[in-house]
Design a protein. Sequence first.
Lengths: 326, 154
Amino acid sequence: MRSIPFYPLMIVLLIGLGGYLGCDPNSIAPNPEIIGDGDGGAQVPPGNFASIPQRTGTTVLIGSFNIQRLGPSKLADGFVMEKFAQIIRLFDVIALQEITSKDQRTLDALVTEVNRLGGQYSYTISPRIGRTGYLEQYAFVFDATRIAGGPEFCYVVQDDADVLHREPFVGRFRTLFPTGPFQFSLINIHTDPDEIAYELDVLATVFKNVREYEYPEDDVLLLGDLNADPNKFQQLGKIPGIMPLIDGLPTNTRKNKTLDNILIDRQMTGEFTGRAGVIDMESVFQLQLNDVERISDHLPVWAEFTATEAGGGITATAATGPTIQR
Amino acid sequence: MSVETNLDGLPLETLKQIVSDPEQVQRQLMAVLRTLRSEDEEQRAWASDCLQQVAEPPLEFGAELAALCMDDCEPLADWACRLLGRIGGNASPWQNHLAEALREHPAMVVRQSAAAALGKIPELSVATREALCRAANSSDPRLKRLATQSLAED
């Protein structure tokens, strides 16, 4: 277990057995036979997903989705589970927030639904996190035919001073492409709207310290339900090079608030292709608002990256802002 | 001390139906609050989501909320303090209830919420300020931070 300085003291707690003590994603060899075009050989799910980039042999799609209280009732709702599965199958890696079930088989059931059509998705899930009344879990679900990851590469930022309601869950991933890997770390966060101003400032420190901890990894992305529009990011928005990839687009189901985001350091993550956006579930599933609200009160957000390391810097396109799509 | 223990909360389906409608939540505010007594964690989570939608509870709920600040159901007392704080300056008549929760509630999270709520009430009494001053010296870092912040805002 290593320590990193934090606000005033936060140490990193590894929840996996390997952690950074021996296992490393670099030790997982790519398997050229299973690297495909991103559908894992399974049927393409029904729906109008034309506006969302297809995963290819040269790009990866990373997303975030607050799935609003994944618990027993949603687990028993076939309609909702099917839509969750369809969304997840669009991504190479997706960060999930708000798994509230006590039953630790819940996410396993969801991933089984994801793989029902032939995919090979895997997941890592955080411990239950929170203060009172109910607890939540974060998760990363990833396409194991294209991405290396696992619990041994994940940890929760431990918060001894209790400055965050839900401490972030960090995971390290690596593409399994024969052309060379893109390795990146994801900071999965769900902020508390009651203390949003304070927590966003704290997250600036979290981002910097996780990046320092992950060094020499330079591709650190912060993603999740930030409960704030980018113009209210305060210290988080002032980190040199920081760039919210979702700006000016609503991410809640009622389409009147930008709550969710994916943040990169544009000076470091040159792998960003300049394409990011929000999945409009009403449009892609051809549903009415009340049916979309059965799925979640949030919309999934996405960003596309090249599947191989691009080094530092960024393309001119991204430097002037991403091409936001829906 | 428990208040209204004989009254039921709302079923899960109702909570899901009203969660996106702050006006509906506000109309059933006390019933939503009582749902926090449920042993079903999923039901409590959805009730909390409903309560999160209430930006400023009507003043008419002030006395009922104040009476719940010392409730022995931790999530219920926690939310009662938070909602009282959202009433803001008009919650001044009930600041002694928040101060009592800050001083005496056995659950740290309730004491923390009481400390935060008092920061939204201007013109605190001497007794309330004393309670906040003691909390500002707490060994609990979050209580200490919130109490210090509330004192600074007064």
